[in-house]
Write a protein that binds this ligand. Structure first.
Ligand SMILES: N[C@@H](CCC(=O)N[C@@H](CS)C(=O)NCC(=O)O)C(=O)O
Length: 223
């Protein structure tokens, strides 16, 4: 197996790398530098027509894209430690929280990134004819509201989907790391969420390799 990968701060390949570390699975990482448009090369488009990373290449040469789908495959072939739920109910609850993170938290973060951040101005021009800055900025309110919902919902339990670490924590952690990178912090009153974030960030799998210089540039960038 090989993983077509981009390094931090890219949040989606990071989900898979954290998952691999938590499972103790060793997979060859194939650099696919977004800055060099490697993800839009004909070779990569043949692996994933959406021209995105991560993509997992299986032993038979076929490919699976979408970070959560890749992790589901890895869970099937390496069941332990379990990260998607042990029985019907736990699997449903983990899935519910993964979807809530993707739709309620990652979605506004993505809109803020694409429509307000200078790093994505060229991409937005190509995709939408320019950035819709007011729309992007309005998503900060949506993100704050989602943070408060998570803060309330996870109070009284140590992890996003219950009493143990699961895929829902990985998807949430990578979302908050990326949000922080682009200058979007969780509201200060979200104390439960902040405690959870500190807890998952202390795990060995959570190593986040972004230089101080890049972090400062990204967080300080004026939109
Ligand atoms: N839903 C996909 C999202 C993949 C994605 O957006 N990857 C980013 C890197 S973090 C990417 O390839 N961006 C380049 C592009 O969309 O053109 C997943 O979960 O894997």
């Amino acid at each position: 197996m090989r993983l077509f990968n981009e390094n931090d701060p890219a949040p989606n390949p990071r989900r898979v790398r954290i998952f691999l570390k938590e499972k103790g699975i060793d997979v060859e990482l194939v650099p696919t530098p977004l800055a060099k448009r490697a993800h839009k090369s004909p070779e990569h488009l043949a692996r994933n027509p959406l021209g995105q990373v991560p993509v997992l290449e299986l032993g038979d040469g076929s490919h699976v894209a979408e970070s959560v789908s890749i992790c589901r495959y890895l869970e099937e072939v390496h069941p332990e430690p379990n990260l998607f739920g042990r029985d019907a109910k736990e699997r449903a609850v983990v899935d519910m929280w993964v979807r809530r993170v993707e739709f309620r938290l990652m979605q506004p973060v993505g809109q803020i990134w694409v429509h307000t951040h200078p790093f994505t101005a060229a991409v937005a021009t190509q995709a939408f004819g320019g950035q819709f800055k007011d729309y992007g900025a309005a998503n900060r309110k949506v993100f704050d509201g989602a943070c408060r919902l998570f803060d309330k919902e996870i109070s009284g339990r140590p992890f996003v989907a219950g009493d143990r670490y699961t895929m829902a924590d990985i998807v949430a952690q990578t979302t908050f790391d990326f949000a922080r990178f682009i200058g979007v912090d969780m509201p200060e009153d979200c104390k439960v969420l902040a405690d959870w974030y500190a807890r998952v960030s202390a795990r060995p799998s959570a190593v986040y390799e972004v230089s101080e210089v890049l972090m400062k540039q990204a967080r300080g960038a004026e939109s």
